[in-house]
Unconditional design. Sequence first.
Length: 608
Amino acid sequence: MSDRIQAIAEQLGIDREALNARFQEERQKRLRSDHSDQYRRAAEGFDHLLADPFVDGEVEREPLTDEIDVLIIGAGFGGMLCAARLREQGVASLRIVEEAGDFGGTWYWNRYPGAQCDIESYCYLPLLDELGYTPKERYSYANEIFDVAQKIAENFDLRASACFRTRVEQVQWDEDCARWIVTTNRGDEMRARFVITAPGSLHRAKLPGAPGLEDFKGKVFHTSRWDYDYTGGSTSDTNLDRLGDKKVAVIGTGCTAIQCVPYVAASAEHLYVFQRTPASVAERQNAPTNPEWAASLQPGWQEQRRRNFDAAMTFQPDENGILVQDGWTSQVRGVFEFLSELDPPPSAEEFAALTDLVDLKYTDDVRKRVDETVTDPETREKLKAWYRQFCKRPTFNDEYLPTFNRPNVTLIDTSESQGIECVTETGIVAGGVEYEVDCIIYATGFDLTGSMKQRTGYDIIGENGLTLSDAWANGYRTFQAVSVRNFPNYFMAAFGLQTPFSVNITAVLDDLARHIAYVTATALKRNIKKIQPCEQAEAEWTEMVMSTPSMMGAADFQAQCTPSYYNNEGDPASSVQVGVFPGNCNDFNAFLGKWRDAGDLAGMEIGQ
Ligand code: NDP
């Protein structure tokens, strides 16, 4: 470290070596040899945990065997954005097929008490400009997000095109008629000229692989299927009044648990929070939207704010500076403060060291927040996160830490045994002690590492019977992150699959949706029968994204991180390489925009 960076370390009071040594010690404690294999997918023997608690009874309908121009699978924001952008392009004949009972995707399923978006809602919620809607608060709660999904559906006339409570079983290309045949669990055999899949990422629940999960005789559910009948309260009422005589366990302390734990604690007779790795919990800084600011917004404001946020997050603030002043941009803002003092500007090594220092200071501040909030010294120490801010998804919450001052809440640290030891008929064992409970709430997250088929439950069968799983058996390949050779008239709006990385997922989904809508509508207008990437274009794109360092940061950074799904549970070297666009969302959008402006569908093979 150069002298002037060392001086900054001293000014910040950061002992880099000591902190990194502690981070490694804590990482080693939690590093399991079975890495991502430690989990069970909820579908493996726990199908009942995936039942939809938000619908009543069965709805009968006749199987559909008709033909539409565009069939979209998935009614989350990815699918809705594709549908909305297609509507803007004048596509009338479209259908959205969805397993859930309504629009919303992640926000349909995740309706636990306290659920809230952790990216500023002005950037996160899609199509705000188009809807003429300004969120009520800086960080919207799930109800408002769900309502925005409904507003999008009304505004773009999507409801009549939706086919809910329908699980796709197979998607097969029929070469003779150049149509996709989509079959479902309701006996449908729909035909479509184009198919778009929008699989989402946070809906396949996963559970600990600990023994005995099936033995528990009490109530069990996963946070993504909150059982308000059991807890009391509702999606609009966080008073969980039926828990008053219940001992409850919440397993997990990730972003989801942070948000729901305060509400469970306020209602339950007793709450045990089973923690393996403490979350990094920074200030939420929520506030009602300033009506004067909302009234001053000009058309195009959301696009501008999103682009500004993305630029800031990648250390490239635009001419408006950094509009989103919150925890996400704190590292960048911290670095820029020091940069203005460094003359001459720092070398690449100095810049990296400075970024490290600002980040280490952030982690220090997060631990200080625990010290200032939690009264019991033992609990306080257990709640301190010893890892870099972006090793896990950071959290922001003002109610979680004070919850541990309540007499009816106990924090159970399971780090020494690398998770809960087992589940019994009556409770959970950790540290050799059984904690008897009436209810177990799994806040244990989602399967993000399984194959696309494992996550969606169906395969796509393209030309000559080739499945997408087989096409990707030796590595992912796409063209522009949206199409795949041998899969004509097929597009996907899937965040993280050869797209740029961004913490604001809906912004990436909108870029994908606009692009897919353009290609699809162009093909329909030009009456193109069959369109797919040519071999060379796909190979070139794939080589470009595969030679870019991994999506969740450089591999050497991830190798130092505490285990999480970001680094394949501590084993980044053996995680499947998906590929990431070499640039931020703004670069991606500009890149695709230039391609669209040329209007020649370069790199696509067109069959009439
Ligand atoms: P996570 O995967 O982030 O967290 C799962 C939790 O379960 C972790 O604390 C994990 O511990 C714990 N766990 C897993 N196995 C065991 C075990 N055997 N014993 C004890 N504990 C265990 O899931 P979440 O649902 O919290 O979040 C998933 C993602 O959803 C987030 O990363 C975020 O992207 C998104 N999200 C976004 C929100 C938003 O506001 N927009 C809100 C909520 C979620 P360990 O850390 O040690 O692995």
